[in-house]
Design a protein around this ligand. Sequence first.
Ligand code: UD1
Length: 336
Amino acid sequence: MKVLVTGGCGYIGSHTVCELLYANHEVVILDDFSNSKKDVLQKIETLTGQKPRFYEGKVQDKALLKEIFESQKIEAVIHFAGYKAVGESVEKPLMYYENNLESTLHLLEIMQEFSCKNFVFSSSATVYGSPKSLPIKEDFPLSTTNPYGTTKLMIEQILKDLSKSDPTWNITILRYFNPIGNEKTGLLGENPQGIPNNLMPYIVRVANGILPCLSVFGDDYGTPDGTGVRDYIHVVDLAKGHVKALEHFSGLRIYNLGTGHGYSVLDLVKTFEKVNGVKVPYKIVERRKGDIAACYADPTKAQQELGWTAEETLEDMCRDSYQYIIQEAKREKSLK
Ligand code: UD1
């Protein structure tokens, strides 16, 4: 299939581009580098031996979208592009609503105009809010606690309405749990600017001596060791889920992409220390506002309907994440 990947240079997008190419799909990337670096394109080529057609620009830009659909015979779209920082979305809600909603609306309008009606959307487990029970199934009640999450939920609603109005659309909504890790060579990975908000990017920087100490946000949750529990999923497994989604289009579908296992913050720290032979100093601090105690998926639906299962272990995720930061530090040093 010929697939347009918006945000194809980002963390999950770039891993998915590689998996699509490995599975012999043809890829066109649209990215504005707002949260990625240009060298990702070269890295994709190094890894896959292929150079996808690339367009630099914003998904909101309808003229650019038209140009892409006029010149490329796009058969399906995987839509990753969007702002995703929870804290920033609380400070700048209008920016988040404008960017995430407008880009998706423009993309869907142009797709409709060109009769391309196969769409995969990056949603998030954040749409389950604070779940009443675990593991989380796709039909659980939905709610959000911040504008970023609300954009995901609103787009899901737009997609449901679109599917109702025109059942010839194939729309697959993928709700990601907590992606970490990276492909095995350490070439592609997640490299947020400044101080990271998410746990694994923080841990690797402490292990590498860039940051002094991890703050563990609370040890008084109702979890086995008191720290927050999440369903960490290897980004390569997540990327493979998108390939499966493309190959199983059928009307409107919604899937959890998670492993089904919950690990605490301290489980992650201890596993990371063990597999990498490093120390990750940490201190317990106050809970972070808006955090929930525990969140993990029931991934049965994706297993049964897509034939997809996460395969990588927590050990793999910890090993790969550390490899990437070591390699990236070496690459940055060699450029200086
Ligand atoms: C967060 C977002 C979620 C988003 C996801 C992307 C919130 C409320 N949720 O999920 O919407 O889709 O990132 O991956 O922000 N922790 C520490 N110390 C740290 C950082 C995190 O103890 O320095 C803990 C947290 O309290 C939590 C766990 O680690 O228990 C995971 O946190 P994080 O990686 O930020 O992901 P989520 O909060 O689950």
